[in-house]
Ligand binder design. Structure first.
Ligand code: COA
Length: 308
């Protein structure tokens, strides 16, 4: 059985930087409120899911030192596909000259972490290289007149190139979960904006991060003391802090990017992972906890050995 190894990474951000003060010009809000309640200071808006994905993927392919022709499959985690049909993954496939399959995955903010588990299975059963992207243009489903959601979201993309490797590989464990009875907490109908019951999402998010992270560590046979870094979904700094506290993980071990990018849903974990790599927060052999939660609700936690 083959396993998975990360061999390339890249990111792209929406074209326009929007600060909290920019939003406060048209909304009844303030930099102070947004920063205090969420940790968000700014976000990037603009670009399409395809254009952001292509840019992030070109960078990831360059790091891996390969071309699109050497990729067997594109997996795009997104909730904001550019069209209903076809998938946005095919636009990436065509732009990068990839010859294999292309598929969108919608597991909301957990999408990238779900994608790692899906890729692991495909690599174990015959594919050689997979381009996995998390990308969103949440600005298309955000009501910029609603202060309770408008301040939270941003646009961006993060991509990784995954290669099959002999032996068990670097994905040591994964835990996926969902509870469709909670779909009313966070949803957007076709043609409508995102609706959210913020307080309930907050409460449930902390619980699923803690439970699924503990389960993923148990499955991998490790404890929090073995972790070098936690790369959580970036929705709210206070959610990350609460989760760290309950898990017994020092906050300094959590990668934080919500201040710079806001909540970018499926793009948030890969954006944070790429920043962690570029800021030298990972060294070979380090164990990383990736943990995501989002609409559905869905959640996913996995343990990755950093071994590029
Ligand atoms: N600026 C100023 N005031 C705001 C505001 C804003 N942007 N948004 C809401 N408020 C007001 C509310 O109207 C409310 O006013 P009231 O007391 O007069 O009724 C007050 O602030 C408190 O609102 P509340 O919703 O109770 O705040 P909160 O502490 O729960 O924070 C969130 C709101 C959205 C930041 C928080 O609930 C959260 O982050 N939830 C999780 C969301 C999430 O992670 N979503 C994505 C999941 S992937």
């Amino acid at each position: 059985m083959k396993g998975l190894r990360v061999i390339g990474w890249g990111k792209a951000l929406g074209e326009k930087l929007v600060t909290n003060d920019d939003l406060a010009k048209t909304l009844d809000t303030s930099d102070e409120w947004i920063t205090e309640r969420t940790g968000i200071r700014q976000r990037y808006i603009g670009g399409s899911v395809a254009s952001l994905s292509i840019l992030a993927s070109q960078r990831a392919l360059a790091v891996a030192g390969i071309t699109g022709a050497e990729i067997d499959m594109v997996l795009l985690a997104t909730t904001t596909s550019d069209q209903i049909v076809p998938s946005t993954a095919v636009a990436i496939q065509a732009a990068l000259g990839i010859s294999g399959g292309a598929l969108d995955i919608n597991a909301a903010c957990s999408g990238f972490a779900y994608g790692m588990a899906v890729a692991n299975g495909l690599l174990a059963t015959g594919l050689r290289r997979i381009l996995l992207i998390g990308a969103e243009q949440l600005s298309t489903i955000t009501d910029f007149t609603d202060r309770s959601t408008a301040v939270l979201f941003g646009d961006g993309a993060g991509a990784v190139v995954l290669e099959a490797t002999d032996g068990p590989g670097d994905l040591l464990s994964y835990v996926l979960g969902s509870d469709g009875d909670l779909k009313h907490l966070l949803y957007a109908e076709h043609g409508s904006y995102l609706h959210m019951v913020g307080k309930e999402v907050f409460r449930k998010a902390v619980q699923v991060i803690v439970d699924s992270s503990n389960e993923a560590m148990d499955k991998a046979g490790i404890t929090v003391n073995d972790l070098a870094l936690m790369v959580p979904h970036q929705a709210n700094l206070r959610i990350i802090q609460s989760a760290c506290q309950r898990l017994g993980i020092e906050e300094s071990k959590a990668m934080i990017t919500v201040d710079r990018y806001g909540n970018t849903s499926a793009a948030s974990i890969p954006l944070a992972l790429v920043d962690a790599i570029e800021e030298d927060r990972l060294k070979p052999g380090d164990l990383v906890l990736l943990t995501g939660f989002g609409a559905g609700m869905t959640w996913a936690s996995l343990i990755l050995r950093w071994n590029p």
